[in-house]
Each structure stands twice: as C-alpha cells, then as structure tokens.
Design a protein around this ligand. Structure first.
Ligand SMILES: Nc1ncnc2c1ncn2[C@@H]1O[C@H](COP(=O)(O)OP(=O)(O)OP(=O)(O)O)[C@@H](O)[C@H]1O
Ligand SMILES: [Mg+2]
Length: 311
C-alpha cells in the first residue's frame, strides 16, 4: 500500500521456507526504495543479511544489540537436520490408493503410504499443498476415496464417538480448540476427559504449566493470551486429554526458541510414556529434529519419506 513505515508482527509464522525467503527479498527491495521496516520474529533465519539493526526485548527492557554480538542470534543447527526414518512394522494409518479432494482441487491422487505407530512423524511441505487437509482426513473431518485404515480397521468402520477419543487433532488456529473462558477451566475440562488421568496428575500438569510459562495466567481469559501462549495451552490440553493418536497442525508457529524446546520435550515424553503416535506439521524445523523419528515431505509429487529436512 506504499506506506513509508511498515510494521510486521511475526509475518512468516505459517509461511513455508521457500516463500519466506522470497518475501524477505521483497522486504529488502522495499528498504532499498526508501521504506522503513520493523519486524518482530522468533525465527531469525534469513534475516542476517537483510537487517541493519537488531533489538531484543527482555525483562521489560529493549536493548540494541551491537553487530559484533549478533552471531548467537543467527545460529543454524545444520548438524541435526537428518532423520533416519528407520523401517517399521506397525502402522497407525495405512493408506491404499487414497484420493483426497478439496473443492475442485485434488490434493492427493491414488496415494499409498504407511505411517509409523507409537512414533513422532514430522510433515513438511509448501503452503497450500494439502497438509492440513490430510490431517483432517485422518481425524475423520474430511472425505476421501480409496482405503484408509486406522490400526488395521477402516477409518469409517469405528463408531464416530470412539474414533474421536482415539484420534485427536490440534488445529492450525488455536482459537478453534477452546471451549471455555479461562485457562484453568480449559485445563480442568481436559483433565476431566483425560484418557490417562492417572498420568496427568495435578503435579504433572503444574510442572508442564511451569515449563511452558503459563503459571499465573490461570484466571485469564484464553482470548487475552498472546498468540504463543494460546498455542502452548492448546497443545497442553490435547496432551492432557491424551488420545492414542495425536495430530498436530503447526503446533510450533509463533513460539519462542525456549518454548519450542519445552513443547517438544513434553510431546516426546508423553509419546514415550503413553505409547502415543504423533503426526505433526511444521514449517519451523530448527532445533526439533532430535525429537523426530520420521520425516515425510509432502509436495507436488505427493508423500515421501526424506531424511534431509530443509528449513
Ligand atoms: N474449505 C476449502 N474449500 C476449498 N478448498 C480449500 C478449502 N480449504 C483449503 N482449500 C484448498 O486446498 C488446498 C490445501 O489446503 P490445506 O489447508 O490442506 O494446505 P496446507 O498444506 O495445510 O497449507 P499451509 O501450509 O498454508 O497451512 C489449498 O490449495 C486450498 O486452497
Ligand atoms: Mg495448513
């Protein structure tokens, strides 16, 4: 719109890496044309050669970081970008000749694919390719043609109510998940419906709330939380409900680096302790590969196991 100054608040949170790069180049062009741009972001990838100033807000202080001290802010975790994708015997979902359409668009065509049981699988891929639609199909919220088995049974053979208890979905948009007003009401309701109430004790829940920096927010309305706080609460309540299979649609978007680590640790521990199958979509892959057992790339050629995760 030609504004002289442009303020961007986590503009790339749900943008795939390729388009993120294209948009960053575009921002640079605008700067060269004389526009001033301020961006706030948790993910610093791609910014190093674009920016002139770097500020950090911490403990109610804003500090300008001297360029000689920038390197810790732009660490690239190149060493942890390989996923071994070991062979597996048991599948949580088995797809045979599955076709998924969205409106007039075909998202998957005649696709056959196996998804590992009791493991953590990461899906990456460009915006609009059909990742969310695939999770909705697994969660029985989207139609398909062909054969889709959930633990050796046809997806639609199980009663809907039973299926909903076995397969849980963390939606891309956090606000779609909430049913109550306050944080503690959400947590209490999740505990009341937990399939592993013995595991999710008051102590364990408090520990996780602490780790996720949600302590002190119990009486707050869920709609007064920041984007990242909403996301963390959304993930925690689904972990407390503890379905056998948990589908997570971009659980890490908008989270700071520490929160990403804590969320991944809690997911990994719960998956190990309760033998849960986890399938998660994420554009943000820095620092998470160590928690991942399988990586599936979903692009124009369909679904494929890939050991290298490009971020
Ligand atoms: N309700 C809908 N009706 C018709 N088409 C839709 C609908 N929702 C999504 N689509 C189309 O289906 C395709 C896949 O969408 P989907 O949300 O599954 O993509 P995605 O891979 O999750 O993308 P992103 O990375 O942006 O979240 C998109 O091209 C989109 O335009
Ligand atoms: Mg999506």
């Amino acid at each position: 719109m030609g504004a002289e100054i442009i303020l961007l608040d986590e503009p790339f949170a749900a943008v795939d890496p390729e388009h993120r790069h294209e948009l960053q180049v575009l921002l640079k062009k605008l700067v060269d044309q004389g526009h001033g741009i301020s961006v706030s972001d948790h993910d610093t990838s791609g910014y190093k050669n674009l920016i002139t100033d770097l500020y950090r807000i911490e403990n109610r202080h804003i500090a300008c970081i001297d360029s000689t001290a920038w390197s810790p802010f732009f660490k690239q975790d190149v060493n942890d970008s390989i996923v071994t994708n070991d062979e597996f015997n048991e599948s949580v979902f088995s797809m045979a000749h599955v076709t998924v359409n969205n409106g007039k668009q075909s998202i998957l065509k005649n696709s056959s694919f196996e998804w590992a049981k009791d493991k953590i699988t990461l899906i990456t891929g460009p915006n609009g390719i059909g990742k969310s639609s695939l999770l909705l199909t697994f969660a029985r919220l989207h139609d398909y043609e062909g054969s889709l088995l959930y633990q050796r049974k046809l997806r639609d053979k199980l009663r809907k109510k039973i299926y909903a208890r076995k397969v849980g979905l963390v939606f891309q948009n956090a606000a779609d998940q909430f049913l109550n007003i306050t944080v503690s009401e959400e947590v209490e309701q999740a505990r009341a419906h937990s399939h592993h109430a013995d595991y999710w004790t008051t102590e364990k829940v408090d520990q996780c709330m602490q780790k996720l920096n949600l302590i002190g927010l119990e009486k707050h309305s869920v709609y007064e939380l920041s984007g990242g706080q909403q996301k963390k609460l959304q993930i925690l309540i689904m972990l407390i409900i503890a379905p056998d299979t948990l589908l997570l649609d971009e659980p890490l978007s908008g989270l700071d680096t520490n929160s990403i680590q804590h969320v991944m640790q809690i997911i990994k521990q719960s998956s190990n302790d309760l033998e849960q199958s986890i399938i998660m979509i994420s554009h943000q892959t820095h620092g998470i590969i160590q928690y991942i057992d399988y990586h599936v790339r979903f692009d124009q050629n369909g679904l494929k196991y890939e050991s290298v995760v490009n971020s």
